[in-house]
Design a protein around this ligand. Structure first.
Ligand code: ADP
Ligand code: MG
Length: 448
């Protein structure tokens, strides 16, 4: 039976996945609806458990074997397990040391792989760069700096790199953690007087990945330590991957020398998603849920509708689909457009919210501490004209209004004046980091 199931699995998940993940499994038991396998490593077991245990269960089910649970046991562990009741000495001798490549990092999400990452225009560069790092060849750029807004796939790509390296080059010591965890570890090491261990650990890895590095901005001693770690690894030609929510130069309260170090390698941004990418991601997810909820009907046009309407981040998009499938399976109905609109009313309303020019003027005036009346008034002093231009710029960006329309709302200004204002701000943001911070904040306030 297992042989037949294997063949079906191979068909379903593809030759490569099958060879990497299923073939190394050894069937070790089948009792009371629990099927167990021996796996070559803890990591392997976790991976198969999260990605393929449903497949395994389903195929065994089709073959007439009812399975409630699938278990994976790492052989080293099985030896140490109390059930085997081995004498102490034997146990100690047999238990293998932890895999040498195991480094204590943050747990990786096994769903975040290259296979599950949908590539489109907005993220193709970031994806290509991540792939290159994951090949584990000679270091060609250092660091790789990935940045972009929330939910655009930075963490997903970093985990994918770690998974891929694990498979391709299991001997490499890959350490992934968030900047927050880096700080926490550092502070803990200071407190427990283990700073030498800390340094040694971080300087002994082959690949270091630090997620959300903007977190250490303003944290002086952590920055300092990060800087030294960074330099030590670069000197040894070890690969570093960093992510942040904005470009290095735009991270406030980050030391200049760190900024310039971060810019030394390859800096790539993940752009906001476009319709095609959202559609691709939704289709992939829907495919997955069809497997999870067999028999559930998904009407034509639902996926397209969601890709049109939910344009914020991918996490929201995924959450919407998850809820939709769960809801539909609960009430046992086909997923139609009507059902979608009912079930996701709140999410759709939130992403529907249109920003108005008036709102922009109000928020910008508040932010720069000028009177709302001055937004439309004639004053030309810089302290007023600049915020006004910022408002024009945001109006152009965040609303579908044309330049003449915007001009009318700014006290009947000519469309060329608006165009000039928009251009001015576009020029300034490339050099004025204060201004680009202001804009980022305002955009967030307006779109919240
Ligand atoms: P970030 O770290 O940039 O905030 P994440 O990597 O956590 O974003 O991504 C948020 C969610 O969206 C995750 O569940 C991730 O799998 C998913 N996601 C983002 N981009 C993609 C993509 N291109 N293809 C598939 N899933 C994606
Ligand atoms: Mg993240």
């Amino acid at each position: 039976t297992w042989g037949k199931v294997c063949e079906e699995l191979r068909q379903q998940i593809g030759d490569n996945n099958y060879k990497s993940w299923i073939e190394p499994l050894t069937l070790s038991g089948l009792e009371n609806g629990v099927v167990s396998f021996r796996v070559p490593s803890q990591f392997h077991g976790d991976w198969v458990s999260r990605n393929y245990s449903d497949h395994i269960r389903a195929h065994l089910g089709t073959a007439g074997v009812t399975v409630h649970r699938v278990e994976f046991k790492h052989s080293a562990r099985a030896v140490a397990a109390p059930k085997t009741a081995a004498p102490r000495g034997v146990k100690a001798a047999k238990a293998r040391p932890a895999a040498e490549a195991e480094v204590p990092g943050a747990p990786l999400d096994s769903r975040f792989t290259f296979d599950s990452f949908v590539v489109g225009k907005p993220n193709e560069l970031a994806h290509a760069a991540a792939r290159r790092v994951a090949e584990g060849g000679p270091v060609s750029f250092n660091p790789l700096f990935l940045y972009g807004g929330v939910g655009l796939g930075k963490t997903h790509l970093m985990h994918a790199i770690a998974h891929e390296l694990h498979v391709r080059q299991p001997h490499l010591r890959v350490l992934y953690l968030s900047a927050e965890q880096f700080m926490y570890r550092f502070v803990q090491a200071l407190r427990e007087r283990q700073i030498m261990d800390f340094k040694e650990l971080f300087r002994s890895v082959d690949v270091l990945m630090v997620d959300d590095v903007q977190f250490i901005a303003g944290k002086d001693s952590t920055q300092e330590e990060f800087f030294h770690t960074f330099n030590a690894l670069v000197d040894q030609n070890k690969q570093i991957v960093i992510s942040a929510d904005r470009a290095p130069g735009e991270i406030k309260d980050l030391e200049e020398r760190i900024k310039s170090r971060l810019q030394c390698g390859l800096v790539v941004d993940l752009h906001p998603t476009d319709y095609e990418l959202r559609l691709g991601i939704l289709q992939q997810k829907a495919e997955f849920y069809r497997g999870q909820y067999p028999g559930l009907q998904l009407a034509d046009g639902v996926v397209e509708f969601l890709a049109h309407r939910i344009t914020t981040n991918v996490r929201v998009l995924e959450g919407a689909l998850t809820r939709l499938f769960a809801f539909a399976s609960l009430v046992g109905r086909e997923i139609t457009l009507d059902l979608t609109q009912d079930c996701l009313a709140d999410i759709l309303r939130a992403s529907d919210r249109k920003v108005t020019i008036e709102e922009i003027q109000r928020k910008v005036a508040e932010h720069f501490n000028i009177r709302l009346a001055d937004m439309i008034g004639p004053k030309r002093v810089r302290t007023i004209a600049r915020p006004r231009q910022v408002a024009m710029y945001l109006a152009k960006q965040l609303t579908p209004r044309s330049l003449p329309e915007i001009g009318r709302r700014f006290g009947g200004r000519d469309h060329t004046t608006i165009m000039h204002g928009v251009r001015r701000i576009e020029e300034l943001i490339t050099t004025d980091s204060q201004l680009s911070d202001d804009l980022q904040l305002l955009r967030r306030l307006l779109q919240a």
